[in-house]
Ligand binder design. Structure first.
Ligand SMILES: [Zn+2]
Length: 514
């Protein structure tokens, strides 16, 4: 360790242009806008019962996006959405299986009735066929799945009368390992009773809303092998004719085994594409003050949407308010926008304040933003994502992703400079939960943007009717938001932009192609 050279430090201070940094007073004034009262007030607006859980898409989500766009306008941000607006819209399709045009058929018959005898789970436009291979046993993993040579086959799993939906079936639970072998399709043969079948098939065939770009087989739309449910009564004869003893096969235990059948199955699924809908992101930009660095951007993100309404609980409450998930992170972004807009001069780099929707449906809004950003993604130097920052313990906040770039070290340094916050950003304490892949920052990370994800962990009200505004700790959240402010300011003014850890870059940004 060497001593700081005071002469050099003094010279640098003298030559520094007055515009190079914000004064302590300016920073203090900006930070003073981040108050528990304002946080609770704004969370109270977007997590109010009248917002009905902000489902994607819904009229209430639109209201929330309009509210946030209005706040961005008040702060003097530049619109970063579509054609001079604060709202960026992304297209959604309402899709449903065309049960008349779709067929599931085995060689030599029969052609199963949809939905009477067979039904796909989820809808897709797909035509495929292959040799039927029955997979049995009581255990499967990636290695044993590979040995079964399932590529291009129709994998048939036999469900039992005791567990006709396969909830506890080890092979159904190992479906990811099976699908990784790229079978043409997976078929679950179920002895389910009539009434349960009606419920199952009705749910499986219900209309769904999906992002338009995924309907076209876009980046996240890589059609996984289709999953088909077939009633045992409908297929039993065809299997037994080829020598399969269903009862005996179902009893097989031990490592997964294959039983090839002299039988081909062909599947043609046709979609009915209905109305085109859309959903909003809100985007505000604070332009940087440095003539060169202002072409680089720090993004602050949080998700506005939640899961909507469900059936009433014992108290009659049917609204999933999502006050912590993620009104807390959304309002963190709004508070950051307000605080940064107070700074003079503005930070050197530009800042993007982004509140997305569709997170709960599969990170839709952030995926769309990453595909259609208002600036090149290569100009985005970091994303600081806040998702659930209003509850749980007082004095630490988990920062996920610290190990993947030097943002972790920068955060530690900034954090150490602000002991008055009584808030320590700690490492990921739940690595087995893979939270790194479970919120909007992941769409930035995959595009090469280093990220940190601020997250207080789940609680019994997570995705429940009890995630209410009254349970938010505004005082705690205000200290987290201040920490993110100081970190964002450091990144926006730093000479160098954040750097990936090379190993992480390889595994996250350049993962091996399957
Ligand atoms: Zn959630």
């Amino acid at each position: 360790m060497n001593r700081p050279n005071l002469t050099v430090a003094l010279a640098l201070a003298l030559f520094a242009s007055p515009l190079s940094a914000q004064t302590d007073q300016s920073v203090a004034k900006a930070v003073s806008t981040i108050t528990p009262e304002e946080i609770i007030r704004r969370i109270g607006v977007i997590a109010h019962d009248s917002m009905r859980g902000r489902a994607t898409p819904s009229p209430e989500l639109e209201k929330v996006a309009t509210f946030i766009g209005g706040e961005f306008r008040k702060f003097g941000l530049k619109p970063g959405g579509d054609s001079g607006r604060f709202i960026q819209r992304y297209p959604l399709h309402r899709i449903q299986l065309d049960t008349v045009a779709s067929t599931v058929v085995v060689s030599g018959g029969p052609s199963f009735r949809i939905p009477g005898e067979a039904t796909p789970v989820g809808a897709a436009d797909i035509e495929t066929s292959g040799k039927v291979v029955i997979v049995t046993g009581s255990a499967i993993d990636a290695t044993s799945a590979r040995q079964l040579e399932l590529g291009g086959t129709i994998v048939v799993l036999l469900l039992s009368p005791e567990d006709p939906t396969g909830r506890n079936n080890p092979l159904v639970r190992g479906l990811t390992a099976i699908n990784a072998q790229h079978p043409a399709a997976t078929v679950l043969v179920t002895p389910v009773a009539d009434q349960a079948w009606r419920v199952l098939s009705t749910n499986a065939l219900a209309a769904r809303v999906i992002p338009a770009w995924q309907a076209d087989g876009g980046p996240s739309g890589q059609l996984r092998p289709p999953l088909i449910l077939v009633r045992e009564a409908a297929i039993r004869a065809a299997l037994e004719r080829r020598g399969a003893n269903i009862a005996a096969l179902r009893q097989t235990t031990g490592p997964a085994q294959r039983t090839p059948m002299d039988l081909t199955m062909s599947i043609a699924l046709k979609l009915q594409t209905g109305a085109t809908l859309s959903a909003p992101n809100a985007v505000g930009i604070l332009e940087g003050s440095d003539p060169v660095l202002k072409n680089e951007y720090v993004v602050f993100s949080g998700h506005m949407d939640h899961v909507g309404v469900g059936t009433p609980d014992a108290t009659g409450d049917s609204i999933f308010n999502g006050a912590d998930d993620d009104a807390s992170g959304t309002i963190a972004v709004v508070q950051l926008a307000q605080a940064f807009s107070k700074l003079t001069p503005r930070p050197k780099r530009s800042l993007i304040f982004l509140t997305v929707s569709g997170e709960e449906r599969g990170l839709w809004g952030s995926e769309y933003f990453s595909l259609h950003p208002p600036v090149e993604m290569s100009q985005v130097i970091a994303d600081l994502n806040t998702d659930m920052v209003g509850r749980n313990w007082k004095d630490t906040i988990v920062a996920i992703g610290k190990e993947h770039s030097d943002l972790g070290a920068t955060l530690n340094r900034v954090n150490a400079a602000h002991p008055e916050l009584n808030m320590t950003a700690i490492d990921d304490i739940w690595p087995e939960e893979h939270f790194y892949q479970r919120s909007d920052h992941y769409n930035f990370a995959q595009k090469g943007v280093p990220i940190l994800f601020f997250f207080n962990g789940t609680h019994p009200d997570y995705h429940g009717r009890g995630d209410e505004v009254s349970k938010i700790d505004g005082e705690k959240e205000s200290r987290i938001v201040k920490l993110v402010f100081y970190l964002g300011l450091d990144l926006a003014n730093a000479a160098e932009k954040p750097k990936w850890n090379p190993e992480s870059y390889k595994s996250i940004v350049q993962p091996p192609q399957p």
